[in-house]
Design a protein around this ligand. Structure first.
Ligand SMILES: [Zn+2]
Ligand SMILES: [Zn+2]
Length: 141
């Protein structure tokens, strides 16, 4: 018996480039159906898949944090930090302080690309957890 599904699967495997183009055309012509399909796939994810995505995101975020911390000198930038030469022992105790608090107001968690931009613009200061709390205490006075 002719199995159309199997046939199409093999066809796609043999013509990857063409299949990709066809798929793109279909997506453009059927945005609603594409959306529904994506939604269904998303809803049917197994907990294992969800867990994997979470782990990957965490790893990515960790790598980015290391990168950003290094961009900012790798240690607490407060000259009066309780640690001599500025705290730098644990990356999780280093935090990004926004010099312009308004930029932070809009979103609680600034996404990574926005954060990178702010760092490059010199709008972020790296502080250890203690200095960060002190800084905000001063700002709130
Ligand atoms: Zn400090
Ligand atoms: Zn802050």
């Amino acid at each position: 018996m002719f199995d159309r599904k199997e046939y199409m699967k093999n066809w796609r495997k043999e013509h990857p480039q063409y299949a990709k183009e066809k798929n793109r055309d279909w997506k453009l012509k059927n945005p609603e159906r594409y959306k529904a399909q994506r939604k269904k796939l998303y809803e049917n994810r197994t907990s294992q898949q969800k867990e994997r995505v979470k782990i990957r995101q965490n790893e990515r975020n960790k790598k980015l944090k290391i990168e950003f911390v290094n961009m900012l000198g790798g240690k607490c930038s407060n000259p009066n930090c309780a640690c001599k030469n500025g705290y730098n022992r644990s990356i999780s105790a280093l935090e990004f302080h926004h010099l312009n608090p308004k930029e932070k107001e809009s979103k609680r968690n600034v996404c990574n690309s926005a954060l990178r931009k702010l760092i490059l613009e010199g709008k972020i200061k790296l502080l250890c957890s203690n200095c960060h709390h002190e800084e905000h205490e001063k700002l709130n006075k």
